[in-house]
Design a protein around this ligand. Structure first.
Ligand SMILES: Nc1ncnc2c1ncn2[C@@H]1O[C@H](COP(=O)(O)OP(=O)(O)O)[C@@H](O)[C@H]1O
Ligand SMILES: [Mg+2]
Length: 356
């Protein structure tokens, strides 16, 4: 697998260069996941939906990356692409998803989505929590059975040891009486407790990356704050990288080291969180920040700083797809060519003609 990732100069059979050195030439050691020019499209009779369209970002070990943007901009499909769980009509048509795994670099985009290699990674090296815990749990089995199954799938331990690990992790996520509640069925738990159980299942194999897709959108404000707090402390304790997907900039400012803003399948801005809030560059980001969502505001909040609505992804505007809504629109430029990634500061890039 590594061969097609190796720069040509390392491909010689006589090369004495170690696998590790080759990998370093491709990807810095402290980068855990490098997504490069990822495009995931859905093919249907209505046409081609460019859900994710040339997205690039890195996440370092132990880093918290926020992915933000209005509903439908491709946040969930980006996450699903990493784990190779996009629905059948969705295909990765371009790009690489490079993961440092077991001292090697694996391109997740090239794996067979039903094969052994990705199944070994899913739920172990990378796991995911969803907005709705019932996405993770089956109704038919106790939470304990399901967590134990995940542990036994990825770790070489017997039933008794797996059960005691499951109880320990349930206790760690704040499940009351974990020795008893491990035998509860998902429907018997409150929404907040189900969410804790889902986090416990996701963390049961100590992933190096956890992806949380709108983890607090469905719960009320108090529980939202508790869950965010819990995720942050677990992230620090386990030194795991975390991708938090949200439409809520308040969640980003609470939690994230770095932020990527998406619009219509594109990564329009990427910066350290503090820098993005102090010095937003893309007019879309500026609008998002002006909308000042309240923590717990829910999905219905409008982006008040930006006029118009997101166009359908089937009929994408030419040039920069934000131009029909952009207050800084430059006719003849923004509607003609797509802006490239432009570096505007340390670790700060933006896709906007204003900065070319
Ligand atoms: N299974 C699917 N089939 C067709 N289009 C889809 C599917 N899932 C998502 N999409 C489309 O891909 C785009 C991005 O969706 P998504 O990643 O879910 O957005 P977000 O998570 O940012 O709200 C949307 O336009 C959505 O309608
Ligand atoms: Mg989503």
């Amino acid at each position: 697998m590594a061969t097609d990732l190796q720069p040509a100069k390392f491909r010689s059979a006589e090369s004495k260069i170690s696998q590790r050195e080759r990998d370093q030439a491709i990807m810095d050691e402290d980068v855990l996941l490098s997504v490069r020019n990822l495009s995931t499209h859905f093919f249907s009779r209505e046409g081609i939906m460019r859900a994710v369209d040339g997205v690039s970002f890195d996440i370092k070990r132990g880093e918290i990356l926020g992915i933000a943007g209005e509903s439908g901009c491709g946040k969930s499909v980006t996450a699903q692409s990493i784990l190779r769980i996009t629905p059948n009509a969705g295909r990765i048509v371009d790009g690489e998803i490079l993961l440092h795994h077991d001292d090697k670099i694996v391109d997740l985009a090239k794996l067979d989505r039903k094969g052994r290699a990705i199944r070994d990674i899913r739920g172990a090296a990378i796991s995911m929590v969803f907005q709705e815990p019932m996405t993770s749990f089956s109704m038919a089995y106790t939470i304990g059975n399901q967590i134990i199954e995940v542990i036994r799938l990825h770790q070489n331990v017997d039933q008794k040891e797996a059960r005691s690990r499951a109880i320990a992790i349930l206790g760690r996520v704040g499940m009351p009486k974990p020795e008893q509640n491990i035998d509860a069925y998902p429907f018997a738990l409150s929404g907040g407790m189900r969410q804790r159980a889902m986090i416990a299942m996701a963390l049961s194999c100590h992933p190096s990356l956890l992806i949380a897709d709108e983890p607090t959108t469905a719960v009320d404000v108090t529980i939202q704050a508790q869950i965010l707090e819990l995720m942050k402390s677990l992230q620090q304790e386990m030194n795991m990288a975390l991708i938090v997907i949200t439409h809520d900039m308040a969640v980003i400012s609470e939690l994230c080291d770095r932020v990527m803003i998406m619009y219509l399948g594109k990564d329009v801005e990427n910066a350290p969180a503090g820098e993005l809030f102090r010095n937003p560059k893309h007019p879309y980001t500026v609008g998002l920040l002006h909308s000042v969502p309240q923590l717990g505001g829910g999905k219905s909040q409008e982006i008040v700083g930006i006029s118009g609505t997101v166009p359908s992804a089937y009929v994408r505007p030419a040039g920069c797809s934000f131009h029909p809504r952009c207050p800084a629109f430059m006719p003849g430029v923004c509607d003609m060519t797509e802006p490239p990634h432009i570096t505007v500061g340390p670790n700060h890039s933006v896709r906007c003609h204003l900065y070319v």
